[in-house]
Ligand binder design. Structure first.
Ligand code: DHB
Length: 481
């Protein structure tokens, strides 16, 4: 509900004959109450709101919106009012699967109950919460780039309804984990890009911009087009693995890992992929915060690797300062209470390989990402030249370059208006190479963005584990101006 003069009627009129359907002021609500960390929070729930006029999968293309009750009575919470409250935008996407709009207090990704979830904490701290659903890879109409188009349509809905709704649509903060983290990054990176305009129009999205204020991302499975080489850069030579059982590709259920050792053919693929990484990394011309070039030599060694080792050292130092015993970590050198060296290759071996090469574009089309890049007629396809050339699947197709582009933040970061970024990847995460998030953070920093990037100690592939810090960060950026 910002003062920005975005006329709802005018904005929606351009969207088509059913434009009035995207009018938030017509939405019914229910009054709800919950306890969050001992505090009673009252809010109104506006659920299952279609955010496009021409849905393709109406059960997923909806948004749930939750607004603190105080904002309907001129009240304030945590210094925010109906006009100034930021809008927290968590997506529930995992594994690039279809995702329903989120509901406060839903169980976590593993079905575990860890107390208040991000949506509940957001409401208790005075944020408006808007959780969009999105299409996913298992449906013929959910293939790339459907999920990102859906998230953009949801943002446009919030922008078009800024006057009708509590919360400031100029302060939207996206949040997600893993595939959801990658889409959170992509939502921020690709804001207002014309590449998506035709698809948004076809869906009957509201006529508004789709820029957001800030991005929070946990362990983003991002930069898929280079993630295979990045994985082998980190794990080449680590031949034993614990792989996710392929029949358990719904990442919302418990992750069961199956042990194995790379075959001769897989070792060969690893050996071919690893040397592809340095040329890609060097082509990005990244710099660290001091302006020093981040590069790799032909063996994959160099300042970029040292940069990641330094991030790991920082994480270890924090653990050490908190009194943790790190003596069993053979990849760390500790002297006089200080972490003095990190052996990145030993770290990778200790962390362990979780995926067989190629980690994302499987030569046998067996990965979730193969399905993400499928089409209406071919459920699974390749999306890189390397896997297409080495394919073992009969008549395998390959996604077109524009679709691959639209799923990657890298082509868009230099132009993004999104200023604030927070990225977290645990040191126990093996779902993608640490290089992926390090590249994102450096590219964003080099593009003049404010980036808060860290590798929390011993944290596995997961998200939303540091909610106090997350919402402190949101307060700090939202109250800055
Ligand atoms: C997720 C995990 C993966 O290993 C992957 O390749 C894609 C998505 C996830 O947890 O969302």
């Amino acid at each position: 509900m910002s003062a920005k003069p975005l006329m709802l009627a005018a904005a929606l009129a351009a969207a088509g004959a059913n434009a009035a359907d995207l009018d938030f002021s017509k939405q019914p609500h229910t009054a709800q109450t919950m306890q969050v960390n001992g505090q009673t929070v009252q809010y109104r729930a506006f659920e299952n709101i279609p955010y496009v006029n021409n849905p393709v999968e109406a059960n997923y293309q909806t948004i749930n919106i939750y607004i603190p009750e105080a904002y309907f009575h001129g009240g304030s919470i945590n210094g925010y009012t109906a006009d100034t409250a930021p809008i927290f935008l968590p997506n529930k996407i995992g594994g690039y699967m279809p995702a329903k709009a989120g509901v406060p207090g839903q169980k976590g990704r593993g079905g575990e109950d860890k107390g208040a979830d991000a949506m509940q904490v957001a409401l208790s701290r005075g944020l408006v919460v808007a959780s969009p659903g999105a299409r996913g890879r298992t449906s013929p109409t959910g293939k790339a780039p459907a999920a990102i188009v859906d998230l953009k349509a949801a943002v446009r809905y919030l922008k078009a309804n800024d006057k009708a709704m509590a919360g400031d649509a100029r302060k939207i903060i996206s949040n997600g984990t893993s595939a959801g983290g990658a889409l959170s990054v992509l939502l921020g990176a690709s804001a207002n890009q014309r590449d998506y305009a035709g698809r948004l129009k076809k869906l009957g999205a509201a006529e508004a911009n789709d820029s957001i204020f800030a991005v929070s991302a946990y362990c983003p499975i991002s930069i898929l087009e280079h993630a295979d080489a990045a994985y082998e850069w980190q794990f080449h030579g680590v031949n034993d693995y614990q792989k996710m059982n392929i029949t358990m590709l719904d990442y919302n259920v418990e992750r069961k890992l199956v042990k194995g050792t790379l075959t001769a053919a897989e070792k060969q693929l690893s050996g071919s992929l690893k040397p592809q990484f340095a040329p890609y990394l060097n082509s990005l011309k990244l710099k660290n915060t001091q302006g020093k070039p981040l590069t790799l030599d032909k063996n994959g060694n160099g300042s970029f690797k040292d940069h990641i080792a330094a991030l790991l050292a920082q994480s270890a130092q924090t653990a050490l300062d908190a009194g943790k015993d790190l003596s069993a970590r053979n990849w760390l050198t500790v002297s006089g209470g200080k972490v003095t060296a990190v052996d990145f290759d030993q770290y990778a071996a200790a962390a362990g390989r979780q995926k067989t090469p190629p980690a994302f574009d499987g030569v046998d089309l067996s990965t979730g990402e193969n399905q993400l890049f499928g089409s209406a007629d071919q459920d699974k396809r390749h999306f890189t030249a390397f896997a297409a050339q080495n394919s073992t699947a009969p008549n395998a197709g390959r996604a077109d370059a524009q679709t691959v582009k639209m799923m990657s933040p890298m082509p868009y970061i230099a132009q993004t208006p999104t200023q604030y970024w927070r990225i977290r990847v645990g040191t126990n995460d093996r779902d993608t190479s640490l290089a992926v998030s390090a590249i994102l953070a450096a590219k964003l920093q080099n593009s003049g963005k404010s980036v808060d990037y860290a590798l929390p100690w011993d944290v596995p592939h997961s998200g939303d584990y540091d909610l106090n810090e997350l919402f402190d960060w949101i307060d700090s950026i939202a109250k800055e101006k």
